[in-house]
Write a protein that binds this ligand. Structure first.
Ligand code: MG
Length: 305
């Protein structure tokens, strides 16, 4: 499919969704700004680890998290990983030393961009608390909820595929700045499905959701992921958003690109909106549609809780 970065006609947009039964979504850079992850989600852990560990130190879950980190540190030491910070055994009379070492270990792992299971476990528990208490709210691009709603109403199933674990993804969409969006999703895939740049991961996912690969549309910000999905037979769209890695001219020619999910809506009202996009009045219409979605998802929130 050729594209030179120009606006596509409504006809072309219909083509890409033609026959699509399931939409698989990347999260970071696609539904959610990379900045949210880099500037809110991860810094939250570094800033709050000490407070969190101190206040939950007596609880089994927190002690389990520390124990996993301690075991990981032992394994790292065994493997001569540079700079590893050991953690003492959890004990009632050892709280300060254990918390201090755990915070240092977590900070060290995050600075080295390590993604160990032990680190992810503590992070997910900390984020769960932060989302549930309103300290964190998942950021979702404005154009996303209306598109998900439309695809869902057309009978398309919607899935996510992110390196963030399934629980983290559910928190992000469940406690989002657009309300609880979980009812729009049929399922979630994470790193356990395989690497996002491997063709086999997409073959696995397509098998799991039981839809033919050519009837699945994968939307991502990364051409390397789109290539792997495309090699597995999926349709692909690369979303170009502010703050994402710039696409090369080759990428722009190889992949179908959009700057907003609105370009992937086939609904008549959206089509009309695109045609009238240049008119000033369109902005107002858009805003009220987003508000309408917000109300609808908020209504679903109580039931989901
Ligand atoms: Mg991404």
């Amino acid at each position: 499919m050729e594209n030179h970065g120009q606006k596509r006609s409504a006809h072309e947009q219909e083509d890409i969704l033609d026959g699509v039964q399931a939409v698989l979504l990347d999260v970071e850079g696609t539904t959610t700004p990379l900045m949210f992850v880099q500037e809110k989600l991860f810094p939250y852990i570094k800033t709050n680890a000490k407070t969190y560990l101190n206040s939950h130190y007596g609880e089994d879950e927190c002690r389990g998290d520390i124990e996993e980190l301690r075991k990981q540190a032992e394994a790292d030491k065994e493997a001569s990983v540079e700079g590893v910070i050991s953690i003492p055994q959890v004990a009632d009379d050892n709280k300060e030393a254990v918390v201090d070492a755990t915070v240092k270990n977590v900070t060290w792992q995050m600075e080295k961009d390590l993604k160990t299971k032990a680190l992810k476990q503590l992070q997910s528990h900390m984020w769960r608390e932060a989302y549930k208490t309103g300290l964190l709210q998942g950021e979702i691009y404005d154009d996303v909820p209306a598109a998900l709603k439309e695809w869902s109403s057309e009978g398309k199933r919607i899935y996510t595929y992110s390196l963030d674990n399934v629980e983290g993804q559910k928190l992000l969409f469940g406690y989002s700045d657009k309300g609880n969006l979980l009812e729009l999703f049929s399922g979630y895939f994470d790193a356990t499905a395989g690497a996002k740049t491997e063709k086999d991961s997409y073959i696995h996912i397509v098998g799991e959701i039981n839809v033919k690969s050519e009837k699945v549309l994968y939307i991502t910000d990364l051409p390397t992921e789109a290539k792997a999905a495309s090699d597995a037979g999926l349709k692909t769209v690369v979303v170009v958003r502010e703050g994402n890695t710039q696409l090369s001219d080759d990428d722009k020619q190889c992949f179908f690109t959009v700057t907003s999910f609105e370009e992937l809506c086939s609904d008549d009202s959206h089509k009309a909106k695109r045609v009238e996009g240049e008119h000033k009045g369109a902005k107002h219409e858009e805003a009220s549609q987003v508000d309408g979605t917000k109300e609808a998802v908020h209504a679903g929130e109580e039931a989901a809780d």
